[in-house]
Ligand binder design. Structure first.
Ligand SMILES: N[C@@H](CCC(=O)N[C@@H](CS)C(=O)NCC(=O)O)C(=O)O
Length: 227
């Protein structure tokens, strides 16, 4: 059985949890906070969550994991069949991973606060800037679609939603994100948020969820539960 190393707040891990749930794949959830940071770094020297273990081998990075799952478990495909739509779904998702999530993870915010002396107001401006820039571009991109699919690139949720929903949820639940400027994205979010696969992947449904969403402190921490 697959082992997934993650924690409840790990939004990159939430992408994988959604994919596993959509494909009805069973897996063992290993909360990195339970095994400890030192042990996890030996398992995944990148020191980032998620990672999965398959037959004793580790795959780091959510996108590589999703590709592995998609290639080895073709039932309930996440990517559209048409090559052009597949590429568009991948481009949509990659924008979230590379241009939004990567610049706003806690390690970046901690560096801004602790090494560059950015104030709390500055950090909030940082969030707002990257969320707004990103969601504005994604909303505009969806508005140019030639077909009004129920979801981003299909009438079923898939690759794009695995990436979109954790990013919106993180913004809404932790950073008071206002989704009103992004009606297409918001309606897709609302449709997904009501579905069992997406509910099962939320922070509150994870075994290590402590009972409330606690935004990690910007203080340096070696505790992976603080991500
Ligand atoms: N590009 C990575 C990003 C993973 C990532 O940044 N995970 C965060 C939590 S969402 C993490 O593990 N951070 C640990 C750290 O920054 O020290 C992926 O997509 O898997």
């Amino acid at each position: 059985m697959l082992k997934l190393y993650s924690n409840y707040l790990n939004s990159a891990g939430q992408r994988v949890r959604i994919a596993l749930a959509l494909k009805s794949l069973p897996y063992e959830y290993i909360a990195v906070s339970k095994i400890g940071w030192d042990a996890y770094q030996k398992i995944n020297p990148q020191r980032l969550m998620p990672a999965i273990e398959v037959n004793g081998q580790i795959i780091p990075q959510a996108t590589a994991i999703l590709e592995y799952i998609e290639e080895t478990c073709p039932q309930r495909p996440l990517l559209p069949a048409d090559p052009l739509l597949r590429a568009r779904a991948r481009g949509f998702a990659q924008f979230i991973t590379s241009e939004m999530h990567a610049v706003d993870v806690i390690s970046v915010r901690r560096f801004l606060a602790n090494d560059l002396g950015v104030t709390q107001d500055g950090i909030e401006l940082w969030h707002r800037h990257w969320f707004a820039r990103g969601f504005t571009a994604l909303e505009a991109l969806l508005a140019t679609r030639e077909t009004p699919w129920t979801y981003c690139f299909s009438n079923d949720p898939g690759w794009a939603e695995c990436h979109l929903i954790p990013q919106i949820e993180k913004g809404l639940s932790r950073f008071a994100l206002d989704m009103s400027p992004y009606p297409l994205l918001h309606s897709i979010y609302q449709r997904c948020a009501a579905q069992p696969a997406f509910i099962a992947a939320t922070p509150a449904q994870q075994p290590d969820y402590p009972g409330e969403l606690d935004e990690p402190s910007l203080q340096r921490s070696d505790n992976p539960a603080d991500l």
